[in-house]
Ligand binder design. Structure first.
Ligand code: NAD
Ligand code: 89Y
Length: 338
């Protein structure tokens, strides 16, 4: 399979490393509006076809899928171009700036008969997958409560300076992953209430968010996120989890320890591997990039819909929008009203 990648920035390096590690896939073309970044990436990954204009790259063709690794403002125009060009699509999170844009993108890919997957990789982290398997096995019975917690003081702004500049920050950038994890464990939610706060005076958006979700299956969850939390140990980028079920409890603790208390109790290390091109503490996220890209290729080969398809991601994006609305208006928001 041949692919093209758009957006040769901070995170795309991980995607390009992961593509290089995979059998049967080759990235044959690169695109970035920034010529310097484009050249550097082309040299680092030995990719000869380069473009500063995505429309030109699509017109030249010669690839089966496109991996869009740009920030959100360019997602709708690029996904639309890709659908018109008739290629399969991976698009980074946040999928879109508005729900209306996201719905239009899902519809464009569907009309073209092409697969659209959102690069929503956190649920693909191996510690999260290990915890999901425990719940799916029935070992803790029917889950009725979940806590999904991401609290850190790690400096994400040096690598991603745009995160300090937007009026929205933690829910849109990071909370989106944690809300998606809550959905992966407990199913879709129909209500959310949220509070937000900015602690760091050097950024524009909120860096603390506390959210309460009611899931359609009856479970309740708390999703709490902070980039203003100085703690020991510093757990970036770990999502800490507790799931209480009718037959037992699962806890994913700091340091990637998974403890199950139930009819059979066990505690084990589920730390992710450090891939040859990865660096701590990012290795957890970096491994999930490889896993989600493998999932995309497997789905294409087998004619399956990716777990984090564009259509699926509408539910995660709706939670993000509803959380901001709830925090702004001080009320519980029903997703059906969006
Ligand atoms: P970045 O700003 O470092 O890189 C984006 C690149 O896209 C830039 O080089 C820019 O020139 C290029 N670009 C923008 N619009 C373009 C267009 N229309 N055509 C061609 N090139 C264009 O951003 P980043 O930090 O790499 O983040 C990219 C996306 O990845 C963001 O949406 C971010 O939220 C996401 N991200 C995801 C994860 C994850 O774990 N899934 C982690 C970090 C970042
Ligand atoms: O952009 C974010 C993401 O998706 O994962 C972590 C991050 O890089 C900083 O919050």
């Amino acid at each position: 399979m041949k692919g093209a990648l758009i957006g040769c920035g901070f995170f795309a390096q991980n995607q390009l490393h992961a593509w290089r590690d995979m059998d049967g896939v080759e990235i044959v073309a690169l695109c970035d509006q920034n010529d310097e970044r484009l050249r550097q990436c082309a040299d680092d990954f030995a990719i000869s076809r380069t473009y500063t204009d995505a429309a030109e790259m699509f017109a030249a063709g010669g690839f089966d899928f496109v991996d869009i690794a740009t920030t959100a403002p360019s997602h709708r125009p690029l996904v639309t171009l890709a659908a018109e060009a008739g290629v399969h699509i991976i698009c980074q999170k946040p999928f879109a700036e508005t729900l209306a844009d996201a719905r239009a993108m899902v519809s464009a890919a569907a009309s073209a008969g092409k697969t659209l997957m959102v690069h929503e990789n956190f649920r693909w982290q191996s510690p999260i997958q290990a915890a999901l398997q425990v719940v799916a096995s029935g070992a803790i019975g029917d889950p009725f409560f979940g806590r999904f917690s991401f609290r850190s003081g790690y400096d994400v702004f040096s690598g991603q300076p745009y995160l300090a500049e937007g009026s929205r920050f933690i829910i849109e950038d990071l909370g989106i992953h944690i809300l998606d994890i809550a959905r992966a464990f407990l199913g879709d939610a129909h209500q959310i209430s949220a509070t937000t706060r900015r602690v760091n005076p050097n950024i524009k958006g909120e860096d603390v968010a506390t959210m309460l979700l009611t899931h359609k299956g009856g479970a309740t969850s708390v999703v709490d996120c902070s980039y203003a939390t100085r703690r020991t140990p510093e757990t970036f980028p770990q999502t800490l989890i507790e799931i209480d079920g009718t037959e037992g409890t699962l806890v994913l603790d700091a340091g990637y320890r998974l403890t199950v208390t139930g009819q059979i109790s066990q505690s084990r290390d589920v730390a992710p591997p450090v891939l040859p091109w990865a660096q701590r503490p990012w290795h957890n996220i970096q491994e999930s990039v490889l896993t989600i890209q493998q999932h995309f290729v497997t789905c294409l080969a087998n004619g399956q819909i990716p777990a984090t398809s564009g259509a699926d991601n509408l539910q995660t994006l709706a939670l993000v929008e509803a959380a901001y609305l709830s925090a702004a208006e001080g009320r519980t928001v029903s997703l059906a009203d969006l």
